[in-house]
Design a protein around this ligand. Sequence first.
Ligand code: C2E
Ligand code: CA
Ligand code: CA
Length: 283
Amino acid sequence: AKAAGGARWSVFDADRNERELARYALSAAIPAALERGEFLLDYQPLTSLRDGAVLGMEALVRWRHPQRGLLRPDAFIGLAEETGLIVPLGGWVLAEACREAAGWGDGSAPAPFVSVNLAVQQVRRPGLVDEVRGLLRRTGLPPERLQLELTESTMMSTAEEPVRALRVLADLGVRIAIDDFGTGYCNLAYLRGLPVTELKVAGEFVTGLRAPEPASRTDERILASLVSLAHALDLTVTAEGVETAEQADRLRAIGCDAAQGWHFGRPGPAARHLTRSPALSGT
Ligand code: C2E
Ligand code: CA
Ligand code: CA
């Protein structure tokens, strides 16, 4: 039995090595895929809980892989970060998002901003400010219509120099959001010293929001105090992962500013969310 167990383990390790190799091969293919135009952006609306307007849209990258079909970011972003290839890939995302967003809206209502995820390597690069300035100038996108999303861990591991860069961008009018807030070690006192304009509260805090259940009361109270603290710091709050009308109602009652999630729209081409008429609860 022992021998069989040992054999199983080595088979298991071989499988794991193969999977690792496959992951590396996938990430090594990113530069050529960029050249061939295999990446595309889907967008997901950030909807006002006050009037149902689409305030912004988050750009979410996808890879139309010739052999493996449409790949979600979870399949390649992690490794792209490990290998540094997130810098050219993220640069493409930023440029493409600005280019597309510059064409949104017909002038009758304020056009939504575009919200772009930034990896820590992109923030640490000395050229970030010039890159963003150049993109805004070339595309004509007003700075207020660009939001950069950084995770708590990116913010925490970002040194003084990159924070200065973020401050320059914020002074231009670019919005800076903390992504997945509540999943890391960030605290609001720390945020006070950073050029942040918005908190995006992680979906796991939203999952438990169900109206009459006592168990959901704790989650609701945590969220409510988070929202009021954020407002005291002049930050807006967007709740992520909002899947039901009930969650949207609770969040509205709490005073949360905006919501993102399947209830308000799944990721898809920008045009799908631009043409949809505003609906208060999305129903
Ligand atoms: P994220 O920034 O937290 O993006 C939100 C993710 O939650 C998206 O997954 C979205 O499809 C999903 N989602 C939206 N609404 C709901 C909902 O109601 N319920 C549930 N269960 N999920 C919902 P996606 O597109 O697979 O992206 C996964 C992650 O990949 C993103 O998480 C982000 O961290 C990363 N990512 C995506 N695009 C980029 C990019 O261009 N650059 C970088 N650095 N990371 C990216
Ligand atoms: Ca995000
Ligand atoms: Ca998020």
